[in-house]
Structures are given as structure tokens and as C-alpha cells.
Ligand binder design. Structure first.
Ligand SMILES: [Zn+2]
Length: 94
């Protein structure tokens, strides 16, 4: 493993908090032999040696098994009903 620096404060005062497999998107996807690193200076914890483009179709496929808008809506629309109570519905008429 290359010795990383903290992505926030760039300190090299780091410790390994976890070493092993981590879930990667939707179960049962995993990546093996990963490390969670903690910065002793700013306390952030981050994955070492893991790059993911969260806007990519590949990420959506890992999380939802499909990257199309229709698939996203099918999975997440039902989660929106509870949030409607927080919206002033009169604003939607304007
Ligand atoms: Zn730091």
C-alpha cells in the first residue's frame, strides 16, 4: 500500500482503523482487502486506494443495478411521499 496523506489536511499522521472487505454498492457486491484510514490530525476517516465516480453509470449499476432514470424513479419515488409533508404545497401552484 502506498502511504497516503489525509485528503483534508494532508497530514501523514494516519492509522489503519479497519482492514478487510467492504460492501461496494448493493449487497452482495464487495471489494476485498481495503483499508479505512483515520487521520490523527483532523479525525476524518476515509477509504484508502478507492476511487469511484459517483456520477457514473457504473456507480448507479452498483447501487441500484440499473443506471436509467426510470429505474431510479421506480426505486426512489416511494421514498418521497413522506417528504411531501415538509413542503408548502401552495408554492407548487405558482
Ligand atoms: Zn486530516
Amino acid at each position: 500500500m502506498d502511504k497516503p496523506n489525509c485528503p483534508i489536511c494532508f497530514s501523514n499522521s494516519l492509522e489503519i482503523k479497519y482492514h478487510g472487505n467492504i460492501r461496494n454498492g448493493k449487497y452482495p457486491n464487495v471489494v476485498e482487502d481495503r483499508r479505512v484510514i483515520k487521520c490523527s490530525e483532523c479525525s476524518i476517516e476515509f477509504l484508502s486506494d478507492y476511487k469511484m465516480d459517483y456520477d457514473s453509470p457504473g456507480y448507479r449499476e452498483l447501487v441500484d443495478s440499473d443506471h436509467t432514470a426510470d429505474a431510479y424513479y421506480a426505486i426512489h419515488d416511494k421514498d418521497q411521499y413522506a417528504k411531501l409533508s415538509f413542503i408548502d404545497l401552495s408554492k407548487l401552484r405558482e
